[in-house]
Design a protein around this ligand. Structure first.
Ligand code: NAD
Ligand code: 44H
Length: 468
């Protein structure tokens, strides 16, 4: 598939728009979500996306020869529907700082969206992680290279982390006097806009007063709640895509029909009319993000750890296990007690989640969800657990989720985690359960009831522990 060939066959369907959106983190989710939302409302081809990979250049290498075009398969219980999405007009290696800086220095660039996973922000306790070696190196580079009068040449290299690259890019925009811009993180983290604002604020303050002032006057940080279950693409999906579209595509993405995007914040240089494809713009994001992070992502993490311990491999499989399903129901009962009773249609949301989780044709692997447990459990499960305990309740299902993670860690299961060193240290502590809980939140360790209940889950699981 190439853009020229596609346009020839479908005149008018995929003209190449100029770049107005820069994206960082060219994974499956960006393609199924922000790129798709944009493609549905950009009839005038005004809002082209230049998408940069977060780390490995592989996604750009697949997409660039296709001119950024890719097939999105919407996979429902009763079939697949494919469309070719044309909103990504450039796919770039994230290390291509020359193009990145050029685009951020251009007035027409109005928005930066980000999907680099929770770990990609390299934050710890709400601040840039001081123990992250790459981030420390980037901080040194920023201070050493941006404080002077001349802009460093991006062709000679520069930061490697997302936050480092953003600060470099914003400083270039300031120097180019290219005007305001909105930064729109789309990862599953509470108050993600504020988080990025804080990280960038800390790094920029180390660079110069001019940069800090310019950011305060010109950069809007938009917080978002994003939703569309998008598993990793399987090799057979590429064949299915070419059968459905007649195009050979190396960058196919499979997703569910459902999608949701709630945003809060300003777009000082304009934006696509995303509301026409269903996005919701609100003043108060928190109830929406808690509903999504706790009910959907919390249940996902519970199913991942408890389901893996029970031998399941996918969300849909785990949902057919009545034991797992009952734990999910109880977890939802716990979580909804701490959400606003009105305005969120919690019953409808839960019913929809059951339908989405039991879509057997979506192969969403528990192992994919199980990664980054430390960061994920903190925002997906711990808030409900603490709120339940504060109300004098046992928080049994929240404890099941965390206890299952602890049991898996102690069983030696290979769980991907950027906090892997700290997890390994905790695992070898005299009291590993307490040390692992401490990593998630010190308040968990301070509650003897939680410690005992988690230990009970671990003891019960270890009896039947299989090699994983
Ligand atoms: N997949 C989903 O169902 C889904 C739904 C909602 C939100 N999200 C959010 O999107 C994120 C990405 O999901 P995906 O499906 O695109 O995953 P993916 O594995 O397809 O892509 C991940 C992207 O993040 C980049 N990345 C990973 N670690 C990084 C790091 N440390 N620094 C910089 N970049 C890094 C990768 O290079 C890649 O571009 C999720 O972590 C989540 O926060 C995903
Ligand atoms: O993508 P992750 O690894 O942050 O989390 C795994 C899933 O819980 C997540 O991707 C959900 O499927 C998604 O948030 C649904 O919108």
């Amino acid at each position: 598939m190439t853009r020229t060939a596609f346009s020839r066959k479908h005149p008018g369907e995929a003209p190449t728009a100029g770049v107005r959106i820069v994206h960082i983190g060219l994974g499956a989710f960006h393609r199924a979500h922000q790129a798709w939302y944009t493609s549905r409302v950009d009839e005038g081809s005004e809002w082209g996306i230049a998408a940069f990979t977060g780390r490995s250049p592989a996604a750009a290498e697949d997409l660039q020869p296709q001119g950024g075009l890719f097939t999105l398969i919407e996979r429902d219980d009763d079939g697949d529907r494919a469309e070719v999405v044309g909103s990504i007009v450039e796919a770039r290696n994230g290390a291509d700082l020359t193009r990145f800086i050029e685009l951020l220095s251009a007035t027409q660039t109005a928005i930066i969206t980000i999907t680099v996973t929770e770990a990609g922000y390299r934050m710890r306790d709400g601040l840039p992680d001081e123990t992250d070696h790459e981030l420390c190196a980037d901080r040194e580079w920023l201070v050493g290279n941006l404080a002077g009068a001349d802009q460093p040449d991006p062709a000679l290299g520069g930061p490697v982390t997302t936050m480092g690259r953003l600060v470099f890019g914003l400083d270039a925009r300031r120097r180019a006097n290219a005007g305001p811009i909105a930064i729109v993180p789309c990862d599953n983290m509470p108050a993600n806009g504020y988080l990025v604002q804080r990280a960038i604020g800390v790094l920029a303050a180390e660079v110069s007063r001019e940069l800090t002032d310019w950011i305060a006057a010109n950069v809007s940080f938009v917080s978002t709640s994003v939703d569309r279950i998008t598993p990793h693409t399987m090799p057979t999906d590429l064949l299915i895509a070419s059968e459905l579209t007649g195009w050979r595509d190396n960058a196919t993405v499979v997703t569910e029909p459902f999608s949701d995007w709630v945003l809060s914040g300003e777009f000082p240089a304009g934006r696509p009319a995303w509301e026409r494809s269903g996005a919701l713009f609100v003043d108060d994001l928190e109830p929406f993000e808690n509903r999504k992070l706790w009910l959907l992502n919390g249940a996902h993490s519970l199913l991942a750890y408890a389901g893996m311990l029970r031998g399941h491999e996918t969300v849909a499989q785990a949902m057919t296990d009545q034991v797992c399903r009952a734990w999910v129901g109880t977890f939802w009962d716990e979580a909804v007690r701490h959400l606003p009773a009105h305005g969120l249609d919690l019953d409808g949301y839960r019913s929809a989640l059951v339908r989405r989780f039991t879509n057997t044709r979506i192969e969403h692997r528990l192992s994919q969800i199980s990664g980054e447990g430390v960061l994920k459990l903190r925002v997906r499960i711990v808030p409900t657990l603490l709120a339940e305990r504060a109300d004098g309740l046992d928080a049994g299902a929240s404890i099941r989720a965390i206890g299952s993670w602890v049991a898996l860690v102690l069983s030696g299961a290979r769980l991907v985690d950027s906090a892997g060193e700290a997890v390994a240290l905790a695992k070898s502590a005299d009291e590993p359960v307490a040390a692992l809980l401490e990593l998630l939140d010190p308040r968990l360790v301070a509650d003897a009831g939680v410690r005992e209940a988690v230990s009970a889950v671990v003891r019960a699981e270890r009896v039947e522990m299989r090699a994983i």
